[in-house]
Design a binder for this molecule. Structure first.
Ligand SMILES: Cc1cc2nc3c(=O)[nH]c(=O)nc-3n(C[C@H](O)[C@H](O)[C@H](O)COP(=O)(O)OP(=O)(O)OC[C@H]3O[C@@H](n4cnc5c(N)ncnc54)[C@H](O)[C@@H]3O)c2cc1C
Length: 372
């Protein structure tokens, strides 16, 4: 039996394993992928962090300056690899955990190869954005065109010359729409259900992430008013182009839906230029067409569903009482959810999830380190 096991060698899992070392605690990190940072390796080619380098690093080893202000996907992967090396973390790759159950003296883990492992303490860091979700749109099964989740999108190449419908206007959906428009798609439509909060990634060198951090403590109403005012000043009015202003305040959506704003890395320019065409939400499918909420119909060649993720944790644990209705652990980010069981990486904040992973790693490692 291992003393401490960490599930997932992403930013959160690596950070907590490194922090545990400073408490004199060795941990074994189990990772289903072939290396650390599996999630980041699979993300789209043009992706850069939306959070600044200085506020995205993990404890004890910042992201190197040479990676610039907005770190590229591949550089983040390099950084996480060197992070694991620097702290000589014990990462066992190619190891999928399929099921976790309470054991005689801790937690029992059923692995993908049929074997079992057990740990006195288990730290689950399998990622908030774990399982791609596509809504159960009526008629979806009859759709004969291509349908890809944003998690599998790499670049515009396979969509060259095609009419593409991107569904969902979160950060991934908006950036993929821009990528498609620049990469030679014949047309790009962007289906919007709830109008987004759009912020400029930075204004006169000041990153949006800093606003979130510095002003995030304001009361909800004051923050909502301030965010709406800033949006009016910073972002052109897109209502004539089919993007309404959001009805609900930004902080209210963060609290009720764990929503983070859309950072503009090209979508505003593309909408204004007519390269990306906002359309109404998707309602249903036939074999060759998509019905939209405003009664119109589209006949795209391909669809990219940027429709979000679930945590996948309900499939891992037998105990539904651990989670809320969205699959997020009720207790996470520090104290144990059950004796010897911690969850981390499930808090969505305006300061960024990588920064939050660093904060939680310190808390969880302290909680685990002081109990032995
Ligand atoms: C497109 C996109 C852009 C983003 N940009 C930013 C940004 O700019 N700044 C920011 O702060 N955040 C950003 N995020 C959020 C990002 O997900 C987090 O910052 C970070 O990756 C979270 O790290 P994590 O360790 O919690 O999860 P992950 O990075 O997802 O790591 C989880 C690990 O667990 C492994 N795993 C999962 N299940 C199992 C299992 N059953 N058995 C074994 N191993 C398992 C996975 O393979 C993975 O390696 C972005 C997310 C996306 C999708």
């Amino acid at each position: 039996m291992a003393d401490v096991m960490v599930l997932g060698a992403g930013a959160a899992g690596l950070a907590v394993a490194a922090r545990l070392k400073t408490h004199g605690v060795h941990s074994v990190v189990l990772e289903r992928g072939p290396g650390v940072a599996t999630s980041w390796r699979g993300r789209y080619d043009r992706l850069r962090l939306h959070t600044i380098r200085q506020l995205s690093g993990l404890p004890g080893f910042p992201i190197p300056r040479q990676y610039g202000r907005w770190v590229r996907r591949d550089d983040l992967v390099r950084y996480l690899e060197s992070y694991a090396e620097r702290f000589a973390l014990d990462v066992r790759t190619g190891t999928t955990v399929e099921r976790v159950k309470p054991g005689a003296d801790g937690w029992s883990l059923q692995l993908g190869d049929g074997s079992e492992e057990s740990a006195r303490t288990l730290i689950v860091a399998t990622g908030y954005l774990h399982t791609p979700v596509v809504p159960p749109w009526p008629g979806k099964e009859s759709w004969t065109g291509a349908l890809t989740h944003s998690a599998s999108y790499r670049n515009a190449e396979p969509f060259r010359g095609q009419n593409v419908l991107v569904v969902g206007v979160g950060n991934s959906g908006a950036e993929i729409a821009t990528d498609l428009a620049e990469g030679g798609a014949a047309s790009v439509s962007l289906a919007i259900r709830t109008p987004p909060h759009i912020v400029r990634r930075e204004t006169a060198g000041w990153p949006a992430q800093m606003n979130g951090l510095l002003l995030g403590g304001l009361p909800e109403k004051a923050f909502n008013t301030m965010a709406a005012t800033m949006a009016r000043l910073e972002v052109p009015d897109l209502r004539p182009y089919g993007i309404a202003r959001p009805a609900e305040g930004l902080k209210t959506r963060l609290r009720t839906q764990r929503y983070v704003p859309l950072q503009d890395v090209g979508i505003v320019r593309d909408v204004l230029a007519g390269r990306v065409r906002p359309v109404a939400a998707v309602e249903s499918f036939t074999a060759t067409s998509v019905q939209l909420a405003d009664g119109t119909t589209l006949q795209p060649d391909a669809i990219v569903a940027a429709t979000g993720y679930g945590t996948g944790l309900r499939d891992l644990f037998d105990d539904p009482a651990l989670f809320d209705e969205t699959g997020v652990p009720l207790i996470h980010g520090g104290p144990p959810a059950r004796p010897g069981l911690h969850f981390m990486g499930y808090d969505v904040t305006l300061g960024g999830m990588l920064r939050q992973a660093a904060i939680e790693a310190r808390r969880v490692a302290k909680a685990v380190g002081t109990t032995r």
